[in-house]
Design a protein around this ligand. Sequence first.
Ligand SMILES: C[S@@+](CC[C@H](N)C(=O)[O-])C[C@H]1O[C@@H](n2cnc3c(N)ncnc32)[C@H](O)[C@@H]1O
Length: 254
Amino acid sequence: MTTAPKKGSPQDRTPSRFTRNEIERRVAALGKWFHNLDLCGVKTAPDHFLGDYPTVKWRRFAHALPASLEGKTVLDIGCSSGFYPIEMKRRGARRVVAMEPDEDYLAQARFAAEVCEQEIEFTKLSVYNVKQLNERFDLVIFMGVLYHLRYPLLALDLIRRHVAKDLLLFQSMLRGCDSAVELKSDYPFTETDIFENPGIPRLHFVQHCYAGDPTNWWIPNRACVEAMLQSAGFDIIDHPEEEVYLCRCAATSS
Ligand SMILES: C[S@@+](CC[C@H](N)C(=O)[O-])C[C@H]1O[C@@H](n2cnc3c(N)ncnc32)[C@H](O)[C@@H]1O
């Protein structure tokens, strides 16, 4: 049995517009949440297979982003239940746009933002259609989406071309060798040994399913994800967590 927090206690952060019962009822009605959010004491995914996710992950790299995002615009691509857009508003971002192609996640994120009283603009959109936003953002968040895409490099190219202005916060599941080998700029056709080296960029193709999830398509190793980011026009400026990169748009030669 859960007991309601005592009125006025630090746990009692329920805004007057929602009672705890209402939040519990809506959270349950909105289906299976990917993010374990704390909505005024109501946890949305307390049994998440990765623990208190993504709070545990966020704590490991939150320091890499500017402590204040005042005046900045942020785009979160594939926002799921809305953890990162809410955090960006809490850091003072002037405007946060959160896009997500999945209607159910979008409904969760909308409700979470409402409960947390954070003004976020939500849109049902795939990364392949970012051009439709017709705007560049100071910070683009592209976390946990790359390996769910059939065309991952196309997505990075579109982000760079249409919506990234300065920073990209990026994360991918990684599998395989964790150390990148130093590569030459070219090799003769007869060179085959290099392909046996586990540290060369590798993108593992998932034809059927991985981790019970048929939406996993391509899982890079570390060398590959770094090479893909660079190839798409992003300089890696920080690597604060094993799967997380902070990048800056590379200067383009015109
Ligand atoms: C593993 S979750 C990551 C959620 C969140 N970004 C995070 O890091 O916790 C993957 C998310 O990517 C979304 N997604 C899948 N395909 C997408 C696409 N083509 N464009 C944008 N988002 C996509 C899924 O709906 C899901 O919300």
